[in-house]
Design a protein around this ligand. Sequence first.
Ligand code: PLP
Length: 426
Amino acid sequence: MTPDLLELDRRHVWHPYTQHFDAPPPPLVTRAEGAYLYDARGRRILDAISSWWVTLHGHAHPAIATAVAKQAAVLEQVIFAGFTHEPAARLAQALVGVLPDGLSRVFFSDDGSTAVEVALKMALQYWEGRGERRPLIAALEHAYHGDTFGAMSASARGVFTAPFAPQLFEVARLPDPSEGGGGATLAALEQLLDRRGSEVAAVIVEPLLLGAGGMRVWEAETLRGIRDRTSAAGALLIADEVLTGFGRTGPAFACGGAGVEPDIMCLSKGLTGGFLPLGATVAREEVFAAFSSPDRRRTLFHGHSYTANPVACAAALASLALLDDASAESRRMIEATHRAQLARLATHPRVQRPRVIGTIAAFDLDAAPDYLNAAGRALGAFALERGVLLRPLGNVVYLLPPYCTTADDLRCAYEVIEQFLSESPA
Ligand SMILES: Cc1ncc(COP(=O)(O)O)c(C=O)c1O
């Protein structure tokens, strides 16, 4: 049975972010539990990247699985324009209860990219509705906000976006705040707001961690500086917490931990605990109010077929309930283990710029800083053979495990990395 399925996959499936020219046959995953995936060959694989950063409490968590099954048997889907339902109303209330103050209106979509698209459209149309011409978005160098066109436009230009360069809209680009303490970012933002402040609709940031752009950690002080300056200029601040939300950086939300209240926040990935696709763009009441008008042209004309899918909302509610004190304790343990293990690893000459933020640890391999660099892929293949799922971003190696991961599990992952380093000197 196994070879047939792989053959079907080989013949008919087009995988994401995969060069099929020389991609090895993928593991055929048959089940998952806690921090582990199990494949058809009977292998157990530690999911050290939470399956593209989505799995929060662990795979197949029984509380979420039960909530999903219960909801699916009652109401699986209903159009969300002109209709509502209990899981969406309860989830909106629950999110508003845990998000930084001021965020009060939840717009549901499907994933991180759509949450960002909605945020950008909200910001641009907000100003239009107020009769001000503010067509400019500002974004950070090394940003990653998703793969749809608006999200790609706000993201750094690079190998992911190159084929579409002519179709992307220009944004004002601010220096990477992870370099040089963030002073250059704030100075550039000040200059932009001085010169073109009346044109800036919004500044979009990944708070405290530029994720897919290289797991670059930056200071809360800089984030507060960005908030102060955008507030003073009247520009909106969009916090893309698609990766950092739901405890990844330690506190429930990176903005909350930094004491920053954005105008719009994007959520996805961990929102459902990693069970189902769901996005949410949460706005302040003033933003929402600007769309409310007898003039129907001021409607936010955006929606997706599965907007606020009841099963996904039920998964998210169950996942939020698990984000409790015990989860916070597990996250602290993961952070402490990262710090201890990474400090050891950092003595290796190939390990550069070790960094930890909450449950995420990263370092650079001393290879060319390029997403297409083969060094990271070699480490990924080496680790997979030894039962650990890692997926370096070019030469950037990171661990981003589910919160149920034990210290022993994590130590095993670090041992595999150490073995790779000792067997493949630069
Ligand atoms: C910060 C951030 N925003 C948006 C996205 C896009 O999310 P999705 O892949 O669910 O479209 C990602 C995905 O990695 C992300 O890290």
